[in-house]
Design a protein around this ligand. Structure first.
Ligand code: PMP
Length: 404
């Protein structure tokens, strides 16, 4: 079958590909310590599952409004009110099949050939490909480790051109775990106020998995004058361990949300009715699960950060949010393995870890930042300890090469 050009412009998600590779290796009987996963290792809380079962029994098994049930949009509005003091009307909220779909539709609704979208790197793997799939041009801005992997106002100002339509801001971020402070958002907002054609997509999918200081700020609350051009996206996947339920949402200007809804009406019709009922229970029910899971993530984060920084050749900063640690392995590039191979790139290093130690993680090149790799700590403490131990052994076995 001859496919459209937009398909050949994009590649499958590297994290999905890595997860598939791990599944294949496991199927051969290999015991792989998997640090690639981008989803909580916890089960969905019981009260959420029961709400879905109740919805099925009540017969809530039909199409819902395109933009989601009023109950779910009300629950989302309440969350944004309580957490950020935002007053978002229900027609400015849309629910989709995961935050990923909402982001995709937002770009599909606004990007034309030649439209530029600023994507700070390290970036979530899907942003550039989503822009390409919609005929746009991703403008990747490399954010330095020395600046905590954050986009600076100066970088933003120089990246903006008359063709810029969007800035994508992921906070806390995947893979670097970076969260922007209110002051940093304020400084970016000052640049944006000078460029009315630039909208901002703030992807806040990890907002509740946040290690403080509380509360995590959001651009819309920091600068209300941007209200007509900020789309805040979020969902229930990460916070409530609901990745398979596929519920995400967007809150933004009513005209943009209407355009997203138009596309949704002609593609999926609406998100799953049963999953929407579950998401209402997640957002409005008991939040003990969130507190407990975040406490567990925090403990694992502290442990992994220590183990990584105790490993020769590796360095990392403690993430502010999310469940990933982004590790600098640049000092190991050029080193020689016991088998005599030279590790020229982060990809070589990750292949070496997988082959010799059966540890799987994702190379930084996938996130637009070569010389790094991502460890997910959304896995058991035992797996993390053993994996970090093996990574240390792999690093110690290297013969130093010509260091950078
Ligand atoms: N944004 C980021 C930064 C993510 O890491 C993910 C999940 N990997 C998503 C959005 C999408 O989440 P979902 O579609 O499950 O809501």
């Amino acid at each position: 079958m001859q496919t459209a050009q937009r398909v050949s412009r994009i590649k499958p998600s590297p994290s999905t590909a890595a997860a598939q590779r791990v599944r294949e290796l496991k199927a051969t009987g290999a015991r792989i310590l998997d640090l690639t996963v981008g989803e909580p290792d916890f089960d969905t809380p019981d009260h959420v599952k029961l709400a879905a079962i109740d919805a099925i029994v009540r017969g809530e098994t039909k199409y819902t409004p395109v933009n989601g049930t009023p109950q779910l949009r009300e629950a989302i509005a309440a969350k944004l009110r309580q957490r950020h003091g935002l007053e978002i009307p229900l027609e400015s909220i849309t629910v989709g099949g995961g935050a990923k779909q909402v982001i995709y539709l937002a770009l599909a609704a606004t990007v034309d050939t030649g439209t530029e979208v600023i994507v700070p790197a390290p970036y979530w793997v899907s942003y550039p490909d989503m822009v390409l799939a919609n005929d746009g041009t991703p403008v990747v801005v490399e954010c330095a480790a020395e600046n905590g992997f954050k986009l600076t106002p100066g970088q933003l100002r120089s990246a903006i051109t008359p063709a810029t339509r969007w800035l994508i801001l992921n906070t806390p971020s995947n893979p670097a775990g970076v969260a922007y402070t209110a002051a940093e958002l304020r400084a970016l907002a000052d640049v944006l106020l000078d460029h009315p054609q630039v909208a901002v997509l703030t992807d806040e999918i990890y907002d509740e998995i946040f290690y403080g200081p509380e509360p995590m700020p959001t651009l819309l609350a920091v600068e209300p004058r941007l209200a007509d051009r900020v789309l805040l996206t979020n969902g229930v996947s990460k916070t409530y361990a609901m990745t398979g339920w596929r519920i995400g949402y967007g809150a933004g200007p009513a005209d943009l949300v209407a355009a997203i809804d138009k596309l949704q009406s002609q593609s999926s019709s609406c998100p799953s009715s049963v999953s929407q009922a579950a998401a209402v229970a997640a957002l409005t029910g008991d939040q003990t699960f969130v507190r407990e899971s975040v406490a567990a993530y925090r403990g694992r984060r502290d442990r992994v950060v220590k183990l990584v920084n105790d490993t020769p050749g590796l360095r990392c900063q403690a993430p502010h949010g999310g469940f990933y640690v982004f590790v600098d392995c640049r000092d190991l590039l050029g080193a020689t393995t016991p088998a005599g191979a030279v590790l020229a790139t982060d990809e070589d290093f990750l292949a070496y870890l997988l082959e010799t130690q059966q540890v799987a993680a994702i190379h930084g090149t996938a996130y637009g930042t070569p010389g790094y790799f991502r460890i997910s700590f959304a896995t058991s403490a035992d797996v993390l300890e053993e994996a970090c131990d093996r990574i240390r052994r792999a690093c110690e076995a290297l013969a130093p090469g010509e260091r950078r």
